[in-house]
Write a protein that binds this ligand. Structure first.
Ligand code: PMP
Length: 384
């Protein structure tokens, strides 16, 4: 029977979105699809809260969105600062190096953020072209303070890139107000569309920096010089082609963005806050610790509980699966076996949380960890 997918992406998608995946595929230059593409670009800027930005919709994954921003903004020798709160921060450092950047990394202690004062000190010490940070690092469930990092970036005149793969449409982001230059994501997380879309909104500031580069972009597929005219053409309701867009995914994207805005961004962010708070309270009530150090640095889109020492960790996830729920293992190489991850973003509702915590309670019990059943689910009922 069908199981509940509670990993940090892909997630459970709304049925109205899934129905878009099944419509007969129209031509990518048909008038209806041109309208759909144009509308999706417009709705993205509303969800990102970046009215003056340039939106890009490209076939690919979140890693492509990261790669694209780096390829288009870095020229050999440029200085870049990576604020790392886990696996995806370090991935960004690798990507930037590939394009010849001189990369410095400020790495947080596992489960925590890099203190703002340290970031400021580093920005004072050198003139960086670019700073990247992960809003929610999916390997640690740590949430960065995007508003304050964006503001710092402005103060020191450095381009800021926010990896929002695990946060856009789940955690509050006001890209324009907060002065963040690129906010990027992938479709399969809180945006609520099956995997396959790389999505980003770039500020006017970043598009100017792109235009001022002196060397060609050393990535053919990702070159904004190829894609910007395509996005502009769709915005102006004109047919255009560089690479065939994933038509059904974009039809699904338009639907999902409409649903997100119908719910209302504030309501959606509050719902995620409640889900995060309820899940963390449930985990703690079962006597388990979280990888994220405190409430202030904890993401609301996923949680990363540490296994209790008594448990047979190999059997645990299998047991949760038998209870009808799919969870994810650890992702940080050095701690892979010490924790697991629960996604709670996008369409997540109270029943999903109750089923998930119920499955965790049973699996803990079946695998040698004794606790009183119902303590976790009670916290969901209380906080959500
Ligand atoms: N950044 C973050 C924060 C992520 O969670 C992920 C995916 N888990 C990525 C980047 C990479 O995205 P993708 O797997 O779609 O390439």
């Amino acid at each position: 029977s069908r199981k509940l997918l509670m990993i940090p992406g892909p997630i459970e998608f709304e049925s109205e979105v899934m129905q878009c995946m099944a419509v007969p595929t129209p031509s990518h230059v048909s008038p209806d699809f041109i309208d759909c593409f144009a509308n999706s670009l417009k709705l993205m800027k509303e969800v990102w809260q970046c009215p003056s930005g340039q939106a890009f919709i490209i076939a690919g994954t979140g890693t492509l969105a990261m790669d694209m921003a780096a390829a288009n903004l870095i020229e050999t020798g440029d200085k870049a600062l990576v604020i790392s709160t886990g696996y995806f921060g370090l991935r960004y450092a690798e990507i930037l190096k590939r394009y010849g950047a001189q990369v410095d990394i400020l790495e947080a202690e596992v489960g925590n953020i890099v203190p703002l004062e340290l970031i400021e000190q580093q920005l004072k010490s050198k003139s960086y072209k670019l700073l990247t940070f992960t809003h929610v690092d999916t390997s640690t469930a740590v949430l960065n303070d995007a508003k304050r990092i964006g503001t710092l970036g402005k103060k020191y005149n450095v381009l800021t890139i926010l990896d929002g793969v695990c946060s856009v449409a789940g955690e509050e982001i006001k890209q324009e107000d907060w002065g963040i230059d690129v906010v990027l994501t992938a479709s399969q997380k809180a945006i609520g569309v099956p995997p396959g879309l790389a999505l980003l909104v770039a500020s006017q500031n970043v598009m100017q920096a792109f235009e001022q580069r002196t060397s060609p972009v050393s990535n053919y597929y990702g070159d904004w010089a190829n894609w910007l005219p395509i996005m502009k053409a769709y915005e102006n309701r004109q047919a255009s082609y560089f690479g065939t867009p994933p038509v059904n995914l974009i039809i699904a994207l338009e639907k999902s963005l409409q649903l997100i805005l119908e719910e209302g961004l504030d309501h959606r962010f509050d719902r995620h806050k409640s889900a995060g708070k309820a899940m963390r309270a449930a985990i703690k009530a079962l006597g388990l610790d979280l990888l994220s150090k405190n409430e202030y640095v904890s993401a609301n889109t996923l949680s990363a509980p540490l296994y209790p020492s008594q448990i047979d960790t190999n059997a645990f996830l299998k047991s949760v699966n038998q209870e009808g729920v799919i969870l994810a293992g650890g992702l940080l190489p050095q701690l892979k076996k010490n924790y697991f991850r629960i996604g709670h973003m996008g369409s997540v509702n109270k029943n999903d949380l109750l089923a998930t915590v119920g499955a965790i309670e049973s699996a803990l019990k079946n695998n040698g960890y004794s606790h009183e059943l119902g303590l976790g689910t009670a916290q969901i009922l209380k906080h959500f």
